[in-house]
Design a protein around this ligand. Structure first.
Ligand SMILES: [Zn+2]
Length: 454
């Protein structure tokens, strides 16, 4: 893979990174701080124009391709895709190949990218009104189940590591779910337990705003601490997840919440889509101290691919872009509030005429490198944030480019064994440990509650 220049290259290859600032507080669909409905269609229009539409070389000059062979035979796991709301759109076809300007993944592209295991995100912004978040989550979970039911030869729902390995061995893509945002349980442990029973296997404790029981890092701006970490109920949420066997996700939480979670959790935790703060200083990323703590906990950081998080220059340039174009973007939003397709077309015209800054694939590799060095090779994985962010780095425009990650990591000198761990085995190990801890905790509980013999 050719080395591309680091940092924002405005207009480079005609590939805009579009960030959703100015009229909503944050750049991306998933990470937005202001709730938006129908955001898939909106942000779909914001996706980058394909820079490398010609495909990717899969062989070296000798015709051999160790990287592709490794990628093909590894279990490749991604822990964060926000494609989920598209499952509820009757006009969107999972079986159809879409252009990267129209989303990061669909079945043909997941196959081409060699992606075996996907955690679909059950996400939404803040919701007013009792029951609304839970009901919306149920609709989204139902849509995942229905998608799997509609494509039994291609997909299967997995709820544990054994099922994941079985599905992958059968040539099917293992589908799992993570609920993104503790607000979605509406302060009700019964909702948390019910989500688990429906197949949800991680909960991100906060989204881009505080919950009643855990502080968030914020996304586009720093938030004033509310609880300074987890409240007592927040601790109970974590321990309940431990007993259920649901992974605790610390992406999006504040540093104080992160520390509290690690102090409380009986099981390893994950950061489902976060990158390294030492490489790019962004509040959504994880510091070196946090990386080391996560490793000590036995957990794993799943690296987020979003240019604005992983490249400070791209972040600054995005700010400048929205100072200039935020008003225009807000006008487009207002003018086409009820017509997602017209809105998408207008955004596409805007971003084609005025592309946003980009970042390179090498910068993404820097985050993997750094996390592998600081946290160790057993504690790093992939959490790209597909379709949750308006663009990906040049050379990683959509899921079809995933084999390039394998090639890139090998090129940086990581052994095939390490690369295989990063591609998926690390996450599977953590998930298996979370399952084991849950069994032990349930045994402890039943022993404690057993009647004592005279
Ligand atoms: Zn997120």
């Amino acid at each position: 893979m050719s080395r591309l220049p680091r940092g924002p290259e405005v207009g480079m290859l005609g590939s805009p990174v579009v960030i959703w600032r100015g009229f909503v507080a944050s750049p991306c669909r998933l990470d937005c701080e202001v709730p938006m409905r129908n955001t898939i269609a909106v942000a779909g229009a914001l996706l980058s124009v394909v820079a490398c539409a010609g495909g990717k070389p899969r062989q070296d000059a000798n015709g051999a391709d160790a990287a592709w062979e490794l990628h093909r035979t590894a279990i490749v796991v991604d822990t964060h895709s926000d494609t989920t709301p598209r499952f509820e759109d009757p006009e969107w076809d999972f079986l159809q190949r879409h252009d990267p300007s129209d989303g990061h993944m669909d079945l043909p592209r997941m196959r081409e990218g060699g992606l075996d295991v996907q955690f679909w995100s059950i996400y939404m912004g803040q919701r007013e009104g009792e029951g609304r978040a839970i009901r919306e989550a149920l609709q989204r979970i139902d849509a995942v189940h229905r998608l799997v039911d509609q494509h039994p030869d291609e997909l299967g729902l997995a709820t544990n590591v054994e099922e994941i390995r079985k599905l992958v061995a059968e040539g099917r893509i293992a589908c799992l779910m993570g609920v993104e945002g503790g607000h979605i349980i509406e302060n009700d442990l019964a909702a948390l337990r019910s989500f688990y029973r429906l197949g949800v296997r991680y909960l991100t404790l906060t989204h881009s705003f505080h919950t009643d029981w855990a502080d968030s890092s914020g996304t586009g701006r720093d938030l004033e601490p509310l609880h300074h970490g987890l409240t007592e109920f927040g601790e109970e949420v974590v321990l309940t997840m431990n007993r259920l066997g649901m992974m605790v996700d610390v992406s999006h939480v504040s540093d104080e919440t992160f520390s509290d979670v690690l102090a409380v959790s009986r099981a390893p935790v994950i950061a489902s889509h976060s990158s390294a703060r030492a490489v790019a200083n962004h509040r959504r990323n994880v510091s070196d101290d946090m990386l080391r703590a996560l490793a000590e906990n036995g957990g794993v950081i799943m690296i987020n691919f979003y240019p604005v998080y992983i490249d400070e220059e791209a972040n600054r340039a995005a700010d400048a872009y929205y100072q200039k174009w935020g008003r225009r973007m807000a006008e487009i939003q207002k003018a086409h509030a009820d017509d997602p397709k017209a809105r998408a077309k207008a955004y596409r015209a805007q971003t084609s005429a005025h592309p946003l800054p980009q970042t390179s694939f090498d910068v993404l590799l820097d985050h993997f490198d750094h996390a592998i060095v600081v946290a160790g090779p057993d504690h790093v994985g992939i959490g790209a944030d597909w379709d949750g962010v308006p663009s990906m780095p040049v050379g990683m425009e959509d899921v079809t480019f995933l084999p390039e990650l394998t090639r890139g990591l090998l090129g940086r000198g990581h052994s095939p064994e390490v690369v295989r761990k990063v591609l998926g085995e690390n996450l599977l190990r953590v998930m298996a440990e979370v399952e084991t801890v849950a069994e032990h905790l349930r045994e402890e509980m039943s022993a404690e509650s057993a009647p004592s013999h005279p």
